[in-house]
Design a protein around this ligand. Structure first.
Ligand SMILES: [Zn+2]
Length: 462
């Protein structure tokens, strides 16, 4: 009944129509009903669960039901289907890449993204062939650096950081060092006070800072000296303080950021992405800055939450439309989870769970199956929440988004400009599927930093 009520309310608000055009209605029952139906032969319980679900939420024909066993192990049928889909998509991707733009070396839409994907496959399978494949792509990108941008996702920092890590794993230390040195040379333009560089993740300082953190996580804690990190962190903090002062928001939001004169909220261009990177323990931001500047700013963003649990794309935007990693709850959730880890206050976790609910309802996007604005990126929000809470409900939701991706191409989604890339296309879907099979160590690509892995010791999904 509660569900019927909220549906009627949504209709009145016109939300349903907007939702229909951006996302497919989620055809899967949510975890509680699925678990009940699956529980045992107690047909009364199963019938009650089925009755509680409105018809639109009955599982589609051929659905895989509860995708894991009692010990949280993904069940063998589901595992096999994912594994075979990964192989199928990899083949399609390799074929498609033959005609891809040879000069796009970015992690976002270009060859560095493909190198990262193979690095991921190496991480979860320990199969050396994937590492060598990653090296092939790294070599190609390092020949094509263009000096135009500085971030991990869209600039030269991506190819250099991924190059350093791949060479490091192959024990080619001089090549690795050369990549690190070149990456550090970019630092001058980042911290220069007369630069008009933005601060966001895709093109700005936070995207460069991420590359530094990635090196220190993947290679070793002092690969990038603390003094360098500090300068970059300070430049981001100063920039945020300055804009906050200009806009007379020092009380409410002491760290304010903009991109193209708009104060974006989301992970790609906005404050959620910047705060997320600053809160990483590896960023080493001092306690005072965390509590006096970051925390109130995060709370300011939190108060922009829509009733649905979603977030606006920018502070001046009041329409509840986008549920993407780049704009909306699927990006903001990562900020909230990190805030929970940093400040240990329940409210952040509660908001993160609300994000998860809106993503579950509106996250099967018509834009496709990718990371930035697609089903895979949205699916990662469940994996990250599962990681933190160990609540099977979120593992279930991630598995169902993965199940949706098994029908890649069958839903009539729009085809992205870079259909095989890591952030917009098939590469990202493969990345997500491989993480669903190893949820305990999953990482959103180019965002979440894993624990430092000792050389030669790659976690194995046994
Ligand atoms: Zn996007």
């Amino acid at each position: 009944m509660g569900e019927a009520m909220s549906k009627r309310l949504k209709l009145q608000l016109g939300g349903e129509a907007a939702m229909e055009e951006r996302a497919f209605p989620n055809p899967f029952p949510d975890y509680e009903a699925a678990a009940l139906a699956d529980a045992d032969s107690d047909s009364a319980a199963a019938a009650a669960a089925a009755a509680a679900e409105p018809p639109a939420h009955r599982p589609p024909a051929g659905s895989l039901g509860l995708p894991f066993l009692a010990q949280r192990k993904i069940n063998p049928t589901f595992t096999r289907r994912i594994q075979s889909k990964i192989q199928d998509l990899l083949q399609q991707m390799e074929e498609g890449l033959k005609t891809a733009d040879p000069h796009d070396c970015s992690a976002y839409t270009g060859w560095t993204g493909i190198a990262l994907l193979y690095l991921q496959l190496y991480r979860v399978t320990s199969d050396q062939a994937y590492l060598l494949r990653s090296l092939d792509y790294v070599k190609r990108t390092l020949r094509n650096l263009n000096g135009r941008r500085v971030t991990f996702l869209c600039g030269d920092a991506g190819p250099l950081a991924v190059g350093a890590v791949v060479y490091h794993k192959l024990k080619s230390d001089s090549e690795a060092k050369e990549c690190v040195a070149k990456l550090l040379q970019l630092q001058r333009t980042i911290v220069s006070s007369d630069s008009d560089l933005p601060d966001e993740l895709l093109y700005g300082r936070a995207g460069y800072l991420y590359a530094l953190l990635y090196l220190n996580t993947e290679i070793g804690p002092n690969t990038v000296p603390q003094s360098t990190l500090k300068e970059v962190v300070n430049a981001i903090i100063e920039s945020g303080k300055n804009l906050s002062k200009e806009e007379r928001k020092t009380e409410r939001c002491p760290l304010l950021y903009q991109w193209h004169r708009k104060q974006y909220v989301g992970a790609a261009h906005g404050m959620a992405g910047i705060y997320y990177v600053l809160m990483q323990p590896a960023s080493n931001v001092d306690q005072e800055t965390l509590t006096e500047l970051l925390k109130p700013s995060i709370d300011y963003v939190r108060h922009k939450k829509f009733r649905s649990g979603n977030y606006p794309s920018s502070l001046s935007n009041e329409t509840d439309r986008l549920v993407h990693w780049c704009h909306g709850a699927p990006g903001v959730i990562h900020m909230l989870l990190q805030a929970y880890k940093t400040f240990k206050e329940e409210k952040y976790l509660k908001d993160a769970m609300e994000c998860s609910d809106v993503i579950w309802q509106r996250g099967l996007l018509r834009k496709g199956y990718g990371i930035c604005h697609g089903t895979a990126g949205n699916g990662y929000s469940f994996l990250s929440l599962y990681h933190l809470t160990q609540d099977k409900k979120y593992l279930y939701r991630a598995c169902k988004f993965a199940e949706w991706c098994l029908d890649y191409g069958a839903h009539g989604c729009r085809i992205p400009d870079r259909p095989y890339s890591l952030f917009e296309g098939m590469g990202g879907t493969i990345h997500f599927l491989s993480d669903v099979l190893a949820p305990e160590t999953s990482r959103f690509p180019a965002l979440e930093l894993g624990p430092w892995e000792k050389e030669g010791k790659v976690e194995k999904d046994s």
